[in-house]
Design a protein around this ligand. Structure first.
Ligand code: FUB
Ligand code: ZN
Length: 860
């Protein structure tokens, strides 16, 4: 029986190479936990042990799973209440009640679904009647918000949402940005998880009804939608595809797998947007049929969800074209577009992949969801190819980028994950640290559902081969062809590299144990051409079976131990874990003359909080001998983590150089002790080191600045750091503000190196429309010959308070001065703030050099 029956092109149907072992896979990590009913001809050749069959005893992971249950998921439910309101409004609307006056985000329900999915995994791990009852209530609500024909999208049901122009005037009119199918895709995943946890099929019924409806409208035509013609358009945000594969697995309904395949098949074929930015063909990977795609482009979350679905369907339909496409794309990612932390989607704006090798540090975007997607995609690639290199990438993304995205306490999040920070720049949607939640909360809700599934990456098998893939202290048992096998794993991994297994087969039996030998033990930290070690390590991997040395022969990243096993046999794997030094591919300009430190699978970073000030002041002329590194454990209220100390050099306040110790922390643990500077890639030259990354740059108009008051989370230097703001909201620019002072007059002033002849002064106001607003009024004073006086304004000028632009004023007549001062009267109950002051000087304006002391300068 061909796995995909309708609508697939012939090449897909006659896919040549059949996968050798066909059984219904049970997947994990965003895929499926068990597979009861699917009947594919092809599938992944190995089956992971489901997460709920692996008991985690790890001191690293257990606390995280407890935090998930006790803090993260309850907190996420609190924060997704607007999603519940949105569904309630839809339910009431369908029942004829007026829609309340609210302005929900158009796909806010998806965040709730993801938290429900995460909660259902927790239920699967342990019964919790209270949690189950609250999920039951939500399921009733979702069912009531669904139209009788299966349509479910509260924003169109109620007609109320923000960004209405992005959802079209009617259902499925603007599939490229409405997120109607993204929403229901997440709903399917939640419904499947809830069904598996509770055995109750009401939610699954809602999912099936929705999927049947979508099939009808998109592929057959339904008189109520799109004038009865099939919509035949792939969703702008992928998600439904992989969710349909799961729905197929849980129900055994072939139609859902066909539908997933058809959504892949029509992508980049039946509809190609032809604009720019979010309407560019590449943005949602619609620039070419998916099987012909070569490089990773566009929005990174969409991309990784697409590639995950391509792996699923490539396996299920044994489709070599799809498989080749994702292999190519994977290569392009690891060779040119992935940060060392496993972060994807380096550039802001499209939240996506930039040009090859464009991997900035402080300015990296690296959305948390993209790292989650990187884990999902790579784990599927491992299931498909049984090659450890894919687990290596998944592990790096998980242990570094994904874990960094939530604090140890479980209630503060990163959406954006840079590899450097000055401690003031509000890179994370308006803040320089983690935020409690976001207007678009895809990232924290993704953490709610990914983390409980991590144990499901630990083991996989195919009946005769047992793969130990993701090391963590744990216990499990699995059914081999020859009988049951119990496994106990003892390790401190990822903090230490010694891993011990105790194997207990029911009876002596032959099977092959495959132990992952991570890429980080080789000449590089992570697969691909981007990063390689700059130092040597002579420590050898060791392998003992029942305490006897066993040869380490590695194939596709796994050391094989093929023998007859008896009860209580032991295997000890030793993966040396010294601190290593990495260099980056020379095409990555951001890392030119820089090095990074790693230990085992963990990327290390320096933080200001451990280093007595900005960590950007450290540099290493020579890659340090990391044998001199010392390790210790830092313990804070919310957890503990390893730290490393290394000898380094620093620049001093006076511009000299000192010997110093650089303290490093795992990247995943940064920003758990307040906001401070952070750096992953350290300079190799003194010139690249900065004593103070917030100091005024050399080309600033001012040499000295002062203010009546500066909020502790802001930086006064922001007003003259030559970074052009794009919006007054200040979400993306370092800013100065007088918070929390409200109502009181404020001033900022800047002194020039010499008396200068001024043509104009422009002020770009910071106005977040909350506690910081443009001033009630403002004016300029200028300092001439040591005394301040109001600046005479050009006759038609006024002191403006427009947002999103400079408010420019000119002096009435030629004016030479040593300094300027901006005096501001705030609006009542608001503070004032400035993002940038732009001073334009007349050419050849220097009146008299004062050798840097303009206070002595004389005006002409
Ligand atoms: O569009 C849904 C999610 O919101 C995306 O995956 C994120 O990038 C954010 O834009
Ligand atoms: Zn996200």
């Amino acid at each position: 029986m061909a796995i995909v029956t309708q609508g697939l092109n012939t090449a897909w149907l006659v896919a040549g190479v059949a996968v050798a072992i066909f059984f219904v896979a049970s997947c994990c990590v965003g895929s499926d936990a068990t597979s009861d009913a699917g009947h594919a001809e092809g599938d992944y050749p190995i089956r992971p042990v489901p997460f709920n069959e692996v008991e985690i005893t790890s001191d690293f992971w257990r606390p995280r799973l407890i935090t998930q249950r006790e803090t993260l998921v309850p907190f996420a439910f609190e924060r997704t209440k607007p999603g519940v309101e949105h569904l309630r409004a839809a339910r009431d609307h369908l029942a004829g009640a007026p829609t309340p006056d609210h302005r929900p985000h158009r796909f806010i329900d998806s965040d709730l679904y993801k938290v429900m999915e995460g909660a259902a995994y927790l239920l699967q791990l342990r019964r919790d009647p209270e949690l189950e009852a609250s999920l039951d209530e939500l399921v009733d609500l979702i069912a009531a918000a669904q139209h009788p024909d299966g349509y479910l999208y509260p924003s169109h049901t109620t007609g109320v949402a923000t960004s209405r122009q992005m959802m079209g005037d009617a259902p499925y009119e603007f599939v490229v940005h409405s997120h109607e199918l993204y929403n229901v895709g997440h709903m399917y995943e939640a419904a499947i998880a809830y069904y598996r946890a509770t055995g109750k099929d009401k939610f699954l019924g809602v999912a099936r009804k929705s999927a049947d409806h979508v099939y009808r409208v998109f592929f057959d035509g339904d008189p109520k939608y799109n004038g009865g013609k099939p919509v035949l358009q792939a969703p702008g945000h992928q998600e439904i595809e992989l969710a349909l594969v799961k729905l197929y697995r849980v129900t055994g309904e072939q139609k859902y797998l066909d539908m997933a395949s058809r959504f892949l098949e029509i992508r980049g074929v039946t509809y190609v947007p032809d604009g720019e930015g979010v309407m560019a063909p590449t943005y949602a990977q619609q620039h070419a049929p998916v099987a012909e795609q070569v490089k990773a482009v566009g929005h990174a979350v969409r991309a990784t969800y697409l590639y995950s679905a391509m792996a699923d369907i490539g396996a299920l339909s044994a489709n070599p074209e799809l498989q080749r496409a994702i292999e190519r794309i994977w290569g392009n990612i690891v060779d040119t577009r992935m940060h060392i932390t496993g972060g994807l989607g380096a550039v802001h704006g499209i939240e996506g992949f930039g040009p090859e090798y464009e991997l900035p540090n402080d300015d990296a975007f690296n959305e948390t969801c993209a790292a989650v997607g990187n884990v999902m995609f790579n784990y599927r690639m491992f299931l498909l190819y049984r090659d450890a290199k894919y687990v290596d990438v998944a592990e790096v993304a998980l242990l570094n980028n994904v874990l960094a995205a939530v604090n140890l306490e479980g209630n503060r999040f990163f959406y954006v994950n840079p590899l450097g920070a000055d401690g003031k720049h509000p890179f994370n949607h308006g803040t320089p640290g983690r935020a409690p939640w976001f207007g678009t909360a895809c990232c924290p809700s993704n953490l709610a559902r990914l983390l409980p599934q991590v144990p499901g990456m630990a083991y996989a098998h195919n009946g005769d081969e047992v793969y130990a893939t993701f090391y963590a202290a744990s216990r499990t048992s699995l059914e081999l062809s020859s009988g049951r096998l119990a496994i106990e794993q003892t390790t401190e991994y990822p903090n230490e590299g010694d891993i011990e297994f105790k194997l207990t087969p029911e009876t002596p039996t032959r099977f092959c144990l495959l132990l992952r030998i991570p890429t980080w033990t080789s000449d590089r930290f992570v697969p691909g051409d981007l990063y390689h070690y700059a130092d040597d390590c002579n420590d050898k991997i060791t392998l003992l079976v029942n305490d006897e040395p066993y040869p380490v022969s590695v194939e596709r990243g796994f050391a094989k131990v093929d023998r007859v096993w008896s009860r209580g046999d032991t295997v000890k794997l030793g993966l040396p874990m010294p601190v290593r030094v990495s260099e980056c591919h020379s095409s990555v300009l951001a890392n030119d003359q820089r090095i990074a430190f790693t230990r085992g699978p963990l990327v290390l970073c320096g933080e200001g909080v451990d280093n007595g000030g900005p960590v950007q002041r450290f540099f290493f002329k020579e890659p340090p001998r990391t044998t001199s590194a010392t390790t210790s454990t830092a313990t804070i209220a919310s957890g503990s983590f390893l730290q490393v100390a290394l000898p380094a050099e620093t620049v001093t306040a006076e511009g000299g150089v000192d010997q110093a110790t650089l303290n490093l922390t795992p990247y995943y643990a940064w920003n758990n002790r307040g906001v401070s500077s952070m750096c992953v890639w350290f300079p190799r030259t003194r010139d690249l080191a900065q004593f103070d990354p917030l100091a005024l740059p050399d080309d600033s108009p001012f040499v000295e600045i002062a203010a009546s008051h500066t909020f502790e989370e802001d930086a006064l230097s922001a007003i003259a750091d030559n970074h052009e703001p794009r919006w007054s909201s200040g979400n993306k620019s370092t800013r100065w503000s007088s918070r929390p002072r409200t109502g009181e007059p404020q001033w900022v002033e800047g002194r020039f190196a010499n008396a200068r002849r001024i043509r104009s002064v422009g002020v770009y106001w910071f106005d977040n429309n909350k506690d910081v607003k443009t001033p009630e009024e403002w004016s300029l004073e200028v300092k001439r010959e040591g005394s301040w006086s109001p600046m005479d304004l050009y006759v038609t000028d006024e002191y403006g308070t427009r947002v999103n632009q400079y408010n420019v004023v000119h002096p009435a007549a030629g004016l030479t001065c040593e300094a300027i001062r901006v005096n501001m009267t705030p609006q009542q109950d608001a503070s004032v703030g400035i993002l940038e002051i732009d001073v334009v000087f007349e050419e050849n304006d220097v009146v008299r050099s004062t050798k840097g002391d303009a206070s002595e300068a004389l005006a002409k």
